[in-house]
Design a protein around this ligand. Structure first.
Ligand SMILES: [Ca+2]
Ligand SMILES: [Ca+2]
Length: 679
């Protein structure tokens, strides 16, 4: 009997058979029939053909399948079981089963072998925050006057109130010009320090600095202090004691020497020109000052001074700062024997600092050793919490061997970066070939000592980029600075294209080239208040008069308005900072391309497996098209990513495809293109 298929349901005559049986019937008839019409057909078949009928003659309902006219009826259960138990078919089954698993395992093994043996891109060396990020240099006096102290001078609380600006830009390190207590509350440069452990009241107090480092940390920002340890003020208590008592505790805290033949002990010169020695009537000796007479050099050969300086370093690290930019580093030590003159350099008129070969006063071995000792102090803090504390040093002659030595080596680390001011010396009219030479020669020097490169485009001691190189080149130079290998240093305001501002009622004094200030050169034109908006006091202060005049171009050169304009200096800067995250920019190789000429500068950044970038600058006087078709890595087509805000003379738009055999670039235009590199 077959009643087990009915589930106890007894169909009436003319009813549709239960589903299980219906499907069985379907298999006997046409398999192409739809399920919806099947029941009806089943009834018809039962009625018309009399081949399938329901019976109720016995106690159990049943279906009798009689003389169903089929050519193939499938295999019955008993028959199936008979074959299933046949040793031949058992062997076949097991063989297929085994083959299936053997194939599966083999495929797995092959896949693993392919993964293991396939050539891979080498993993890039992990970069630290000071390598990946951007340093933004703030002059605290000019950045933001806080609501608590509207004296027209910027301060630390002002910086706290503007932390979102750094976050918005995407920079991660904020370096702050010297903020220590100085002879006057209001010094021009903050170098005449009277107390290394106190903050100039103009800028706030220790609590303000702690609040700044805490708030900055919450935003993922690092605060880096500019620190001057070569000299102090003549009003520093150490100097007062030292001058008064040669045998006292601080008798040798400064560099003292008897005169010779009624004059200074030797021919050593000040950076400002003239002798570097000043006679002190109380002590009846000369003291040495590589800068002005108000800034006597500390004697770093004194163990007391060395320990004090290390403790000063510890003190500021304890306030939460993430490191230092050490200023005036090459001058830290002088020769122990101060009776020797420095040799005159032939051909340079005597009297200027450049006229002597400073073999006794600059970059002495002791200087490298002491900066390495300071590095060890920073390491003490890193050892405690694992966070690297940065040490940048201001060393002149950025690509010279003396500067490269500040990188140290694995056995004796010194600075993370000797600050590279090559771009600072760049003047208007520079050429593509000149730029190529500057960049490649520096990168070569740095690679030889396994150092990490860096690029400073602006600072307070020279003209602003917009004034020095021309505002049309602001975006183009930002493309170079931010997209070549190394850590960029941005000077506050350069990201919105601020220009030099003359002093009140005065004219702009020419700044000496390359950080070399003279005694009376107060080239403050690059220290004007940050232009936050277009109001009278540019959002810098609520006081009626800022300490220094604001620029005359604030209607467009201000952060607020530029934030709302896609193609502003500010937004292009932000895009470039963001682009630095790309693998090709972070880890890729850099090639200056053969198309580089006097008028054109072009380079690529390429990393295998990632989009490549092509940057092209037109430094000439005419719009032109550049042909990259002979460059082996560049395909026939690339995509425009960023274009100078000042570029208006051709039709290239962001996102548009560009034929690389003919890339149009307007006068002073910089253009960033992305492409799929060819190998
Ligand atoms: Ca203030
Ligand atoms: Ca010194």
């Amino acid at each position: 009997m077959m009643n087990e298929n009915y589930n106890g349901v007894e169909p009436q005559k003319g009813q549709i058979a239960p589903k299980a049986r219906t499907e069985s019937i379907e298999s006997l008839g046409s398999k192409s029939e739809s399920r919806g019409s099947l029941a009806q057909q089943t009834e018809e078949k039962a009625g018309d053909l009399g081949q399938v009928k329901f019976t109720k003659n016995t106690e159990d309902s049943a279906v009798e399948i009689g003389a169903v006219d089929v050519s193939f009826a499938g295999m019955g259960k008993e028959e199936l079981m008979k074959y299933a138990n046949d040793p031949f078919w058992i062997r076949v089954r097991w063989t297929l089963f085994a083959l299936f698993w053997i194939c599966w395992v083999a495929m797995l093994v092959i896949a693993i072998v392919i993964v293991v043996l396939a050539p891979k891109c080498p993993a890039p060396a992990p970069l630290e925050y000071w390598q990946k990020g951007v340093v933004y240099s703030v002059n605290p006096k000019s950045f933001q006057d806080s609501g608590l102290n509207q004296d027209g001078k910027g301060d630390l609380r002002g910086i706290i109130g503007r932390l979102n600006h750094f976050v918005h830009l995407g920079v991660n390190m904020i370096s702050i010009s010297p903020i220590f207590a100085t002879r006057n509350d209001d010094p021009p440069y903050g170098h005449e320090i009277v107390n290394f452990l106190e903050i100039n009241p103009t800028y706030g107090d220790l609590q303000d600095l702690k609040d700044l480092t805490t708030a900055a940390k919450q935003e993922g920002l690092k605060i880096i202090l500019d620190l001057v340890i070569n000299h102090a003020s003549t009003k520093h208590p150490w100097f007062v004691q030292s001058a008064a008592d040669a045998r006292g505790d601080c008798g040798d805290c400064f560099v003292w020497h008897d005169g010779k033949d009624g004059g200074p002990p030797n021919n050593w010169l000040s950076i400002f020109g003239n002798t570097s020695w000043t006679y002190d009537a109380d002590r009846k000796q000369y003291y040495y000052h590589v800068y002005g007479p108000d800034q006597p050099d500390l004697n770093l050969r004194s163990v007391k001074v060395q320990n004090e300086l290390k403790n000063i370093t510890r003190f500021w690290l304890e306030q939460g700062v993430s490191g230092f930019r050490l200023l005036s580093v090459p001058y830290l030590f002088e020769a122990a024997n101060m009776t020797v003159d420095e040799p005159q350099i032939p051909g340079i008129s005597p009297g200027s600092y450049a006229s002597l070969d400073h073999i006794h006063t600059k970059n002495l071995d002791e200087t490298y050793n002491f900066v390495s000792d300071l590095r060890a102090v920073l390491q003490e803090f890193e050892d405690k919490d694992g966070e690297h504390r940065v040490l940048f040093v201001e060393a002149e002659d950025s690509e010279g061997a003396s500067a490269m030595k500040y990188y140290g080596d694995a056995t004796k680390p010194i600075a993370d970066l000797p600050v590279n001011s090559k771009f600072i010396r760049q003047q208007a009219g520079f050429t593509g070939l000149g730029l190529k030479k500057e960049i490649l020669s520096y990168l070569e020097q740095v690679s030889q000592v396994h150092g990490w490169p860096n690029w400073v485009l602006g600072n307070g001691d020279t003209e602003r980029v917009a004034s020095r190189l021309g505002s049309k080149l602001i975006d183009a130079m930002a493309m170079v600075q931010l997209l070549i290998p190394g850590t960029p240093f941005t000077y506050y305001g350069d990201e919105i294209g601020m220009e030099d501002v003359p002093p009140a009622g005065g004219v702009i004094l020419s700044c000496p080239t390359g950080n070399k200030l003279t005694a009376d050169s107060h080239c403050n034109q690059a220290r004007s208040p940050y232009q936050w908006d277009s109001s009278n006091t540019v959002g810098f202060t609520n006081a009626s008069t800022p300490w220094y005049p604001v620029g005359s171009n604030t209607d467009t050169i201000n952060a607020k308005d530029q934030m709302g304009v896609t193609n502003s200096y500010l937004n292009i800067y932000r895009e470039l900072v963001n682009l630095r995250k790309q693998p090709a920019i972070m880890h890729g190789s850099m090639s200056v391309l053969n198309v580089t000429t006097e008028d054109i500068f072009a380079f690529t950044r390429i990393r295998k497996g990632a989009p490549g970038y092509l940057v092209v600058l037109n430094l000439g006087e005419k719009e032109t098209s550049v042909d990259f078709s002979t460059e082996p890595t560049i395909p026939t087509e690339a995509q425009a990513v960023i274009r100078s805000s000042t570029a208006v003379s051709n039709s290239t738009t962001r996102g548009s495809k560009v034929d690389t055999a003919s890339v149009p670039v307007g006068v002073s235009e910089g253009l960033v293109l992305s492409f799929v590199p060819k190998y």
